[in-house]
Design a protein around this ligand. Structure first.
Ligand SMILES: [Zn+2]
Length: 598
């Protein structure tokens, strides 16, 4: 076996497959049906039919979207794939406009009506209780049907256009790097990816080139952030008819957590920031520095002495993951084999492939798909384990109705980081030399730095930005200043030089559909540690409990999932502290090994 590419034929043959057009036609018919029966939506049967229609169209839409997105990921210059994505986005907006009156009825109806609607033989209808109750929580901020429809229609070329501008701007940037007197021209994502690898001498020039490009376009980047935040704040104001809608409310609702949970997690993180700082200082020490620099905080571990880093073939990595997963349960190893045999992993490098890694699925067939680019490093191995963890999460939910499988980002990272932990622990046990052990723990240190320091910087920056944005737009300089002061507060002595243009270079601040795309990562990380702590405690019993926890992630609040499966309270500091203490043990172990002589 060589490094694999996707076989996506389970969905459609290719982008010219006539079935795509047929499915789009079906979606359009569904939209028409919803409009046709809209006046009957107070009748139980009509509502049940509408839910089924909307679920069917949603499944097709999601499948086409994933298919087009997969093609665009493998080849970022693929114009047909991008055109199809544009059509899907428009159809999505039309779908949500068509269903909007029904949703309005569901939100304001008497509980008896909801009970009667849920009484249905199809799980697609009967399984909607959590989803409906969740949207009913938003009843006080709901606008009229006409207003909701107008807003959904305007978003496509209003709010969401700012996100596309960001992608287009960063996608077309050309950066020039001076290396050994030679000039090298790179794309933005190529330059950014240099910061992750082991080409240490290129990292400072790459970072400086990114800074330069961000500065050149700072007015545009600042306009994007100001417009997105302005749109959301105005929308929230319009929705504040009965109670005030806070700028964090939409994010908390999507994350399925209560505000106290976020407050507790962030204050425990802040009180423990010296744990992440210590990771940073130890990493700096390996670099031969007193403190980290913004250009090397993501870098691979520099080799100690003359030891060489292990390079993995893709097959070898799969074997490692299978063996590690099998220690939890053989079913998990079988699942990995299935992913490989079916061609559901795309890892082969190619010229126009997009950066990054993700897991997605075809909603119609419940096929999990993993995307990444294989270069053979240990961090690639961890990325593969991470994405296979997500895939496993989807797989154990495949028999459930789709409406019960939509888990929030906070809980999404449970399975992925859990999978990383399994593999890391397995490799640590296998590691023979001090260097191998340090390399494995390095991954833990750099994750701790990103999630326990950098992620809170993103959150606190964004929060402060929204507070100030309520009074008016911020200039690029003000955004830089705010980033620098937040940076200082979290990194402390571990990195005194800030990354002032991080608000521009980090895509996450310019995603149009969601705000605060940051703290859920910290949540997922610490939550997953809490779950992992149960592995040894529960022994044999663990696997089935773990699977049932994963199956509940699409139909409960995060607090309920933790209460039911771990017997702990997310609004209390203990849960978070316990996870941070686990990270601390590994950082201390790294320090002990580093101080040891060979
Ligand atoms: Zn993930």
């Amino acid at each position: 076996m060589t490094t694999p590419s996707w076989d996506l034929s389970i969905a459609y043959r290719d982008l010219d497959d006539a079935k795509i057009e047929q499915d789009i036609e079906l979606i359009q018919q569904c939209i028409e049906l919803l409009y046709l029966h809209v006046e009957k939506r107070h009748i139980i049967l009509a509502m049940q039919n509408a839910i089924q229609t909307s679920e069917a169209a949603g499944t097709l839409l999601s499948t086409i979207n994933t298919f087009a997105n997969c093609h665009a990921s493998v080849d970022a210059t693929h114009t047909e794939a991008k055109a199809l994505l544009g059509r899907v986005a428009k159809l999505n907006s039309e779908m949500s406009q068509a269903f909007s009156p029904y949703e309005d009825t569901l939100i304001h109806a008497e509980p008896e009506f909801i009970d009667a609607v849920l009484e249905h033989e199809s799980a697609d209808v009967a399984g909607q209780r959590f989803a409906i109750e969740s949207s009913r929580k938003l009843s006080s901020s709901r606008l009229s049907v006409a207003e909701e429809q107008l807003l959904a229609a305007m978003k496509v070329d209003g709010r969401d256009a700012w996100g596309r501008l960001y992608d287009n701007l960063t996608g077309s940037l050309k950066l020039s790097l001076k290396l050994d007197g030679e000039e090298e021209v790179l794309g933005f994502s190529q330059a950014a990816s240099l910061l992750y690898g082991s080409e240490f001498d290129k990292q400072e020039p790459a970072w400086r080139a990114v800074q330069g490009a961000m500065k050149t376009h700072q007015e545009s980047f600042a306009s994007i952030l100001n417009a997105l935040a302005g749109w959301r704040l105005t929308e929230n104001k319009k929705r504040s008819k009965i109670a005030d809608v806070h700028f964090l409310d939409p994010s908390l609702h999507g994350s399925r957590i209560v505000p106290e949970t976020l407050d507790t997690m962030m204050s425990v993180a802040k009180a423990n920031r010296e744990v992440g700082q210590k990771a940073g200082l130890l990493m700096a020490k390996v670099h031969g520095l007193d403190e980290l620099k913004p250009w090397n905080q993501l870098a691979a571990m520099p080799p100690l002495g003359d030891a060489e880093s292990k390079v993995y073939l893709f097959d070898e990595a799969i074997e490692v993951i299978k063996t590690a997963f099998a220690e939890v349960n053989p079913e998990m190893a079988d699942f990995v084999a299935l992913m490989v045999e079916n061609g559901w992993i795309d890892a082969a490098p190619s010229a126009n492939k997009r950066l990054g890694a993700y897991c997605t699925k075809f909603a119609a067939t419940r096929t999990p798909l993993v995307f990444m680019t294989w270069s053979g490093s240990r961090s690639d191995l961890m990325t593969l384990a991470h994405e296979l963890g997500h895939a496993f999460h989807n797989w154990v939910m495949k028999d459930m109705p789709l409406c019960k499988t939509r888990y929030p980002m906070t809980l999404a990272e449970t399975a992925s980081i859990f999978a990383e932990n399994i593999v890391r622990d397995y490799l640590l046990k296998q590691a023979k030399t001090r260097n191998e052990k340090l390399e494995m723990l390095w991954e833990e240190l750099s994750t701790a730095l990103v999630l326990m320091i950098n992620t809170p910087v993103r959150f606190e920056f964004e929060k402060a930005f929204y507070e100030q944005r309520e009074k008016g737009e911020l200039t690029a300089q003000q955004l830089c200043d705010l980033m620098e002061s937040t940076w200082k507060e979290w990194y402390g002595d571990a990195m005194t030089e800030a990354d002032p243009y991080f608000w521009a270079s980090k895509l996450h601040f310019s995603i149009s559909q969601v705000s605060f795309y940051n703290y859920p990562y910290l949540f997922g990380y610490l939550f997953s540690k809490g779950v992992y702590a149960q592995r040894d405690a529960k022994g044999e019993q663990f696997y089935s409990d773990y699977v049932s926890l994963l199956r509940d992630t699409g139909s409960m609040m995060a607090e309920e999932v933790v209460q039911k499966h771990l017997g702990m309270d997310l609004t209390k500091a203990d849960f978070w502290q316990q996870s941070i203490d686990m990270v601390k043990v590994q950082i201390d172990e790294f320090e002990r090994l580093l101080d040891q002589e060979d």
